[in-house]
Structure formats: structure tokens, C-alpha cells
Design a protein. Sequence first.
Length: 233
Amino acid sequence: MGLLDRADAVLFDLDDTLLDYSAARDAGIITWMQEVDAARHATDAVRRWRELEEHHFRRYSQGELTFEEQRRARIRAFRPDLREAADAVLDRAFSDYIVHTQAAWAPVPGAVETVRTLAARLPVGVLTNGPVELQARKLRTLGLGDLALFASSELPAPKPDVRAYEAACTELGVAPARTVMVGDDLTNDVEGALYAGLRSVWFCRVALGEPDGWPVTPSSAVSVVTDLRELLS
Ligand SMILES: [Mg+2]
């Protein structure tokens, strides 16, 4: 039986599901460090930046910080020389970094062909936490700018709030129970989707045995793929 049997629509997450965000971020931070602090150990810098991103982006998703504030908080914690810097200086530093990540934007292997094949058969949308301009630019870079985009800056609430999934399903004109959410994040793409009544496919690029911290009772509503092309079989 196919993973999308009896599905009327598919929603994809964007970052680290369609766009290889982590690879671009790591490449960006390494290139940026070579410019601003060549003495800093690249592996340590990458690890620290990942931690800061996870922490502060979560705070943004929970409404604790604005999108700009979470960026500034990351720069302040990452660059001791900019700890006391004015917002404008922090914003400029972040822009310098982001130029390098954007130069490295590329699709996750199999993402584009999977989306294109599915979109010829049924409604396909992208449900993502982030500002609509940035997320739309990512989709255009992937050659997927024509897909329906539901970015949290334009939704009643970000994932994992049930209103995010409900708004996307309403816009697509499909029932949540007949919609499958595909994404890499257990909280935003699996747990939240299930609460909203959707089915979910967890995209886990590293093949795991029994995943740690499985947040929901595995059921027929959740499947796991390690390659998006499995959705086509
Ligand atoms: Mg993601």
C-alpha cells in the first residue's frame, strides 16, 4: 500500500524537507567565519551556531521573540565582539552571514521530482514556519515558486498550533483527515499535524531503528521515510 493512498492533498515542510537548509547553514557559517574570525575552529563554530539557532528559533516560533530579535540574539551569543553592539550592527552581521547561506541553497535529493510528480496528481502545498518573503524566495530557488505557500507570517499561528494546518487545508479546499503532512520535525510536522487531524509522514534522512523520544503513539497515521521518493511508490 502506498504512503499516500486515500490522500486528497499533501503538505510539505520547507526547511530540511525540500530545501537542504542545514547544509546551507553550515556552509554559510564556515564561509562567514573565514571572513570575520579565521582563527575560530570551524567545527566548534558550526556546532555552537546550530545550538543557538535551535534555541532562539524555537523562542520565535513560540511568540517570545520577533523574527529579527531571534537573529540578533543568535549573533550576540555567537560573536563576543558584538555582544554590546547596536541592533543595526547585528542586523548587518546577520545579512553578511545569510548571503553565504543563500549561495548554498540547494534542494534535498529527490525533493523536486517528488513534489512535481505528486503535484500532477493532487493538490500540494508548503506549510512552513518563517516570513513569507524569505520562504517564497527559497521555493523560487528550488524552481518550485508556483506551489501554494503557507508561511507562518501569514497564518493565524505557526506550527505546531493546529490553526496552521487547518488554515492550509482550508485554503487548499481539502479535509484535514484526507491530508498528509510531510516533514522532518517531530513537533511541527508530526505531532502538531496529528493533533490537527492530519496524517503525517516523518522525513528522517538518517535511517534510525527505534527513534528516541517518539512523541506520539506510532499508529497508522504516521509513517517514516528516509528518502522523499518513497512517497511515489
Ligand atoms: Mg523542517
